[in-house]
Design a protein around this ligand. Structure first.
Ligand code: DP6
Length: 323
C-alpha cells in the first residue's frame, strides 16, 4: 500500500531542549508550538519487498538521518507487527536542517505515512509518539494550529495534543543563512545537559511557562503570547550560549533583527521574536501589522529571504504521490 502525507514544520513557542530519557526522546518539559503553513514536507511511502530506501530531496539519506529513520521503522514494526520493507521519497519546500525544523515535518510526515500506508486503524496520538522517536519536535507536527507536547513518562504517554485551531496569526520566517547547521539539535541538547550551568533550571522554567501560554492562546491575548515566546527564546539561548560545544548559532543579522523587533515594540507595533538552534529569526505578528514589520525588516541588508507564513494544517493525507 502507498500513502502520501503533506506535513507542516512547526515553531516552538515554549521550547524543547533536553531529555529525561534520551533514547526515546522523553523530554524534561512540556512544549507548545504553532504549525507553519508555508513550510512543508511531502512524503510518499510504499510497503514493498525490496530493501528499505529513504530518499530526501533526490538523494539517498545516510549518517544520522538514516540511523533515526531505521530507529523509527524498527519501533513501528515492533508496535504494529508490520514486517514489509518500505520505500520513502520525501521533499521539503524550504532549506533542510537550517534551524527551521525540517526534522519535525520530516519525521512527522514519515510517522503519519507509515500508519496510513499500513491500512491499520490509528490515532493522532500514536502518530505523535512514533514521530517523537525520530525527532522530539516532530511529536507536535500532526495537529493543525497550536499543539501541546505533554512530556509524559514513557513512549505511550509522551505525545502532543491539539491546543487551539488555526487562526490568522502570521509568522515571518527570516532566513539569514541557508547553510546546514553544524550539529543537530538532538546532539546539541545532550551537550547542554552535560555542560551548561543553567541546564538544571531549564525544564522548570519551561514547565512554569506552560499554563500561562496555554491560557493566553485560548483567550488570544497576543501581548502575553509574544512576551512568553520571547522570554522562552532568551532562556533557551542562555542555555545554548553557555554550552561547551564550540559553535554559536546566531550571526550578525540575527542580532540586528532582534534589535529591530525591540525598536518596533517600543514604537507600539506588537511583534515578537523567537529563535531555535540556528540563525533564523521568526517573528510573530498579527495581519494588520505585517506590512510595517516587513518594510522595516527589508531595510536590513543581509536577510536572504522572508517567508510570510500563516498557521498550518499539521499533517494531512493527499493523493499527490511523489512516485
Ligand atoms: C530548539 O527535536 O527538532 O527547535 O531532530 O535534532 O532537529 P533535531 O531535534 P529537535 O529539537 C528541537 C529543538 C528546538 C526547540 C523546539 O522545537 O521545541
Amino acid at each position: 500500500m502507498k500513502a502520501t502525507i503533506k506535513a507542516c514544520a512547526n515553531l516552538a513557542l515554549i521550547k524543547y531542549w533536553g531529555n529525561a530519557f534520551s533514547e526515546l526522546n522523553i523530554p524534561i518539559n512540556d512544549s507548545i508550538s504553532v504549525s507553519l503553513s508555508e513550510l512543508q514536507t511531502t512524503t510518499t511511502l510504499e510497503f514493498y519487498q525490496d530493501e528499505d530506501q529513504l530518499i530526501l530531496n533526490d538523494s539517498p539519506v545516510s549518517g544520522e538521518g538514516r540511523q533515526r529513520f531505521d530507529f523509527v521503522l524498527r519501533h513501528f514494526r515492533m508496535l504494529t507487527g508490520v514486517t514489509d520493507n518500505v520505500k520513502i521519497v520525501t521533499t521539503n519546500n524550504f532549506p533542510t536542517a537550517a534551524g527551521i525544523a525540517s526534522s519535525a515535518s520530516g519525521f512527522g510526515a514519515m510517522a503519519h505515512a507509515l500508519y496510513e500506508a499500513s491500512g491499520l486503524d490509528y490515532s493522532d496520538l500514536q502518530v505523535s509518539s512514533l514521530a517523537r522517536l525520530g525527532s522530539g519536535s516532530a511529536s507536535r507536527t500532526i495537529h493543525p494550529g497550536f499543539a501541546h507536547w505533554h512530556r509524559g513518562a514513557d513512549h505511550e504517554t509522551s505525545h502532543a495534543t491539539q491546543l487551539a485551531p488555526p487562526n490568522n496569526l502570521r509568522i515571518l520566517v527570516t532566513i539569514t543563512s541557508p547553510e546546514e547547521k553544524p550539529l543537530s539539535s538532538s546532539k546539541a541538547m545532550l551537550r547542554s545537559k552535560e555542560s551548561s550551568p543553567f541546564f538544571a533550571q531549564r525544564g522548570n522554567t519551561a514547565n512554569d511557562h506552560i499554563p500561562y501560554l496555554k491560557k493566553a492562546l485560548l483567550e488570544w491575548d497576543f501581548a502575553t503570547i509574544g512576551e512568553i515566546t520571547q522570554r522562552e527564546a532568551n532562556n533557551l539561548h542562555a542555555v545554548i550560549n553557555t554550552t561547551e560545544m564550540g559553535i554559536y548559532y546566531w550571526n550578525r543579522t540575527t542580532v540586528e533583527i532582534i534589535h529591530r523587533i525591540k525598536q518596533l515594540q517600543t514604537s507600539g507595533i506588537p511583534c515578537y521574536y523567537t529563535m531555535d538552534a540556528g540563525p533564523q529569526v521568526k517573528v510573530l505578528v498579527m495581519p494588520e501589522h505585517v506590512k510595517e514589520v516587513e518594510k522595516s525588516l527589508a531595510e536590513i541588508d543581509d536577510i536572504k529571504r522572508i517567508i510570510n507564513s500563516g498557521v498550518g494544517f499539521g499533517s494531512q493525507v493527499t493523493q499527490d504521490h511523489l512516485f
